[in-house]
Write a protein that binds this ligand. Structure first.
Ligand SMILES: NC(=O)C1=CN([C@@H]2O[C@H](COP(=O)(O)OP(=O)(O)OC[C@H]3O[C@@H](n4cnc5c(N)ncnc54)[C@H](OP(=O)(O)O)[C@@H]3O)[C@@H](O)[C@H]2O)C=CC1
Ligand SMILES: CCCCCCCCCCCCCCCC(=O)OCC(=O)COP(=O)(O)O
Length: 307
């Protein structure tokens, strides 16, 4: 009896590893010719997603606030072309400000006019924040919420009816590790990402029977301009490249993971190293320790600021 245990364990581990390898090898559905809308496509992760989805043959609608910077991306990606392997398409652009929620419905109409429908909406645009709660204006808390939460959900709700009608479509949102754990001096940002996680989890459940998948992607730090563009407690721009951002993941790696998640119709994906991943589990399994660690992190950061 005892002699049979070891081979059984080895066989089980082998089957599990094989299963993992097979999971990794899955390619999922193609995005060739699919209409993919990307918000925040003018820089950072959105721009890399534009490159990756364009190369995969998607018909892109790129969104942002700055027409000139969006055009730069269009120029870089080039016009329609076809080689032996794949046809690529010149992207369209739609310019609008997600924080002006009343303008989003009109933007959605413009987006729909590009190709008549949307196959994949990637809610990527967002802004971060740096500040302590005591010194943060309520207007800043609201503004971050408008850009990161109300804007994306307005766009989603404006595009959903046409997806429901076609019984086709896919909603993706770029949240953050901070949609799963809250860290000190990020109240506005973490709150907006927690709200995002909750809304899109509800949407996934409600869209399940209609066959419209919802994917929430939660990256850790990514090497982009996000810390430079972050807003502070008084509404001014932070303007600093944080060490954590500079040493973050390469946005190309994250963009490829976004494409993979779209192809596999994944539900919830965390793209982060061991520390943030462990922190997410700790928050649920051992909250008291997690809160202690966050309090000590807050003290350390405060001391650093005081020095
Ligand atoms: N960088 C990081 O460490 C991480 C980033 N993320 C998430 O990734 C996403 C992309 O951020 P990232 O690329 O890093 O940052 P960037 O600052 O490089 O890009 C942000 C993009 O969002 C757009 N944007 C900002 N505000 C608005 C608005 N009001 N209306 C329309 N578009 C807007 C910007 O467009 P423009 O200014 O040209 O109008 C820009 O294209 C965000 O949702 C962010 O929360 C998640 C985890 C980590
Ligand atoms: C291996 C042992 C680990 C023990 C775990 C201890 C807990 C450590 C806390 C780790 C906190 C991680 C925070 C990660 C935050 C993050 O990745 O945020 C992503 C962003 O959205 C970045 O935005 P920002 O504006 O904050 O730069």
């Amino acid at each position: 009896m005892g002699g049979a245990v070891l081979p059984l364990v080895i066989a089980s581990v082998g089957v599990l590893l094989l299963f993992q390898i097979l999971l990794r090898l899955r390619r999922g559905a193609s995005v060739q010719g699919a209409v993919v809308v990307i918000t925040g496509a003018s820089s950072g992760l959105g721009r890399e997603c534009a490159r990756v989805f364009h190369a995969a043959g998607a018909r892109l609608v790129l969104c942002g606030r700055d027409a000139a910077r969006l055009q730069e991306v269009v120029q870089e990606l080039g016009g329609n072309s076809a080689d032996g392997r794949r046809q690529t398409f010149a992207p369209s652009t739609v310019v609008f400000d997600l924080a002006r929620v009343d303008s989003v419905a009109k933007a959605a109409e413009e987006i729909l006019k590009c190709y008549g429908h949307v196959d994949v909406l990637i809610n990527n645009a967002g802004i971060s924040y740096r500040g302590n709660i005591l010194d943060t204006h309520m207007s800043v808390q609201r503004d971050v919420m408008e850009t990161n939460y109300f804007g994306p959900i307005s766009l989603t709700q404006a595009l959903l009816p046409s997806m429901v009608q076609r019984r086709r479509g896919h909603i993706v949102v770029i949240s953050s590790v901070q949609g799963k754990i809250a860290i000190p001096y990020r109240s506005a940002y973490a709150a907006s990402k927690h709200a995002t996680q909750a809304y899109f989890d509800c949407l996934r459940a409600e869209m399940g029977h209609l066959g419209i998948p919802v994917t929430v992607i939660s990256p850790g730090y990514i090497r982009t301009n996000m810390s430079v563009n972050a807003v502070t407690g008084d509404g001014s721009t932070y303007g600093v490249v944080d060490k954590t951002t500079a040493s973050g993941w390469d946005p190309r790696v994250v963009a490829r993971a976004v494409l993979k998640a779209v192809r596999l119709k994944s539900k919830d994906v965390v793209l982060a190293g061991p520390q943030p991943t462990v922190a997410i589990y700790l928050r649920t399994l051992w909250p008291a320790l997690f809160f202690k660690l966050m309090a000590s992190r807050a003290c350390k950061e405060q001391r650093r600021k005081d020095e």
